[in-house]
Structures are given as structure tokens and as C-alpha cells.
Ligand binder design. Structure first.
Ligand SMILES: [Zn+2]
Ligand SMILES: [Zn+2]
Length: 194
């Protein structure tokens, strides 16, 4: 997005607010993102600092991500704050050439890469559909949140054991009773075989 700042030219301390909807398709280049569900909502404030123009504000974007545990889609809103100063003239003694402030281009600020980078880093590294998502059974790939599968899997992570217990309690009593019985009889057969 290019912002025209001619209304602020020569007026140090002056500012304006801008509210825009922007295309967010580029976010789909991130492997965690299945699809973008709407436009980017950008609410920015631009202030003339004398040396340049300070852009602050917030961005939000609704996206569909892949749960890192159960691999099902989940909807969430990426939200991020931005703050960047665009300078009228390049800094003379820049310590880190990779971290230079962007420059004013004529009477415009090009906020495109600022907006893109801010949103891309706001994508969670390991998104989960819910905090206690149990993920998939390592044996058969079944969704553990939908109940216990038939795998007599002795390698089940003991750290997850209290969670699955809790889940069994919350599901319908008759179903969980039947599943428990089924599970224990399976366990017996398994044991007697070995
Ligand atoms: Zn999940
Ligand atoms: Zn299984």
C-alpha cells in the first residue's frame, strides 16, 4: 500500500489516520496457511516527525491454518502491531545495513513490505485447533479427540495419559464405559499372546 503524505509535508507533529482493506493472498505462501479468509484490515496513523514519517497501527487478517497436532483446519485471526519510521534522507552512519529504515519516496510511503513482513511473522509456528488437542494416534492416525482407537499401543506418551482420561470422562458415559471394556479385554488378549 502506498500512502500519500503530501498533506503532512512541512508540518512537523501533524498526523492523519487511515483505515484500509488490503489483499492478503501473499500470506498463503506460508506453509502453515491453508487459505486467507478475508482482506487485511489495516488501521494506521502517519505522523510527520521532522526527520521523516512514523507509521504506527494494527493489522488483522482472518486465515485458515493447519492444526500442527491433528492436521485439521482451524480458523484464526492474525493480529499484529506495526511501527516503522520512513526517513526523508538515508542515515549516514548506519550500524546494520540490513536494518535500515525505509525512505520516503517523493510524497509517498510504500508500506507494502512492512505490512507483508509484519503479517508473515505473526503466523504461529505451531498452531493448535484447541489448547488440549490430542492430535493423531501414532499407530493408526485416528483423531484421538474423537475417542480411543483400537490400537494396543504401549508407546502412548504418558504425559498425554491424564488428558485422555479427562476426555473419556467428559464424553458420553455409556460410550466411554463400552470403550473402556473393549479396551481392557483387548489388553488382556494382547498380554496373553505375548
Ligand atoms: Zn488439532
Ligand atoms: Zn490408533
Amino acid at each position: 500500500m502506498r500512502l500519500n503524505i503530501s498533506s503532512l509535508a512541512g508540518r512537523k507533529g501533524a498526523s492523519f489516520r487511515v483505515k484500509r482493506e488490503l489483499p492478503g493472498k501473499f500470506v498463503e505462501s506460508a506453509p502453515e496457511v491453508i487459505q486467507v479468509l478475508g482482506p487485511i484490515l489495516a488501521e494506521l496513523q502517519v505522523t510527520n516527525t521532522g526527520e521523516g514519517y512514523l507509521v504506527t497501527g494494527s493489522l488483522s487478517l482472518e486465515v485458515e491454518l493447519l492444526c500442527s497436532r491433528c492436521l485439521r483446519p482451524l480458523e484464526t485471526t492474525l493480529e499484529t502491531a506495526i511501527e516503522e519510521e520512513f526517513l526523508n534522507h538515508p542515515q549516514e552512519h548506519s550500524e546494520d545495513p540490513w536494518d535500515e529504515d525505509p525512505l520516503v519516496e517523493g510524497n509517498e510511503l510504500d508500506t507494502t513490505s512492512l505490512i507483508e513482513e509484519s503479517l508473515l511473522v505473526s503466523i504461529p509456528m505451531k498452531p493448535v485447533c484447541q489448547e488440549d488437542c490430542l492430535g493423531l494416534c501414532p499407530g493408526c492416525g485416528a483423531l484421538l479427540s474423537e475417542g480411543v482407537c483400537d490400537c494396543p499401543d504401549p508407546t502412548i506418551d504418558i504425559r498425554l495419559a491424564p488428558l485422555s482420561k479427562l476426555l473419556a470422562q467428559t464424553s458420553e458415559t455409556t460410550t466411554s464405559e463400552r470403550r473402556k471394556d473393549h479396551g481392557s479385554s483387548k489388553e488382556k488378549t494382547f498380554k496373553s499372546k505375548s
